[in-house]
Ligand binder design. Sequence first.
Ligand code: 3HC
Length: 306
Amino acid sequence: STVSGSDVARTKVPFKNITIFGSGMMGSGIAQVSAANEYHVNLVDLNKGALDRSQQYILSSLKRIARKKTTDERMQTNYIDEVLSRINFTTESEHAVASSDMVIEAVVENIEIKQNLFKSLDPMASPQTLFVSNTSSLKIKDIFRDVSEKRKERIGGLHFFNPVPQMKLLEVIKTDTTKQEVFDTLFNYGVSVGKVCVVCKDMPGFIVNRLLVPYMLEAVKMLERGDASAKDIDIAMKYGAGYPMGPFELLDYVGLDTTYFVAKGWYEDSEIQKMELVKPPSVLKKLVEAGNLGIKSGKGFYEHRK
Ligand code: 3HC
């Protein structure tokens, strides 16, 4: 039978200490919403420069939120300082993980990297610690292939959306080894950081990306065929279907590389194999290979001023 979010008992999350791996847009956003809701966060990245960029990204997002909370500049600063004081930006993972109740990964969308990360963290973490992935396209079960059998009871998926502080949705994923109480905690953590939680089986793409990725790819194929310009397709979907961004704006926003690797992975995947719907369009491949990844590189389908 299908599980539903409305079946989950609402309880208080029994911990406060979280470690997040990967300080890109997703990891930064998850750190921010957690810290804004009383959690103590270690944000780990091997790259010091990425941590510095993350701090700037979180700061500018907090400024927007603070300005909406109050016009009093001192109170704005207090709010920003308080949230930032709960985030420890660090390159040291061992100490961070040893003292955490939950570890969330938001590193690059590559199965081997994720598998190796959790394999190496397993012996460092307390047996009680929850292991969670923010994958957008992989199966949770596959990511945790190499952790101990005991840990497999304490794994799950929390899939956030970009920009994390603004997007209300969280997809919560239970694998067939996840204990019910662990799943309930993950769901309630989502509620505690202000998200609307939905439940989905452990399948590639979960709900949103399974629908959104084919839609974005189809837009690229329309462009490839010369049916309409990127700009007109974007205008059409915004004004004709009520989307906040058109498909090309969204591709530039989430990163062309992210979408390309998701499509490629699915096209080669044994469960979704050779679905024309997810065949990576050659225009997308060419742009990614040329380093045109969207807003983060300054150019994707559109030019973006840095
Ligand atoms: N932090 C805090 N607040 C933010 C923010 C951020 N990073 N980005 C935007 N906001 C807030 C603004 O302050 C503003 O708040 P207000 O309306 O209360 O004043 C509001 O969001 C709207 O922002 P803007 O006026 O600057 O611009 P837009 O109206 O264009 O909204 C948007 C920006 C929220 C990003 C909107 O365009 C949108 O919802 N786009 C679609 C995003 C989307 O589809 N995301 C999902 C992508 S798929 C994904 O993430 C899955 C992954 O696995 C790939």
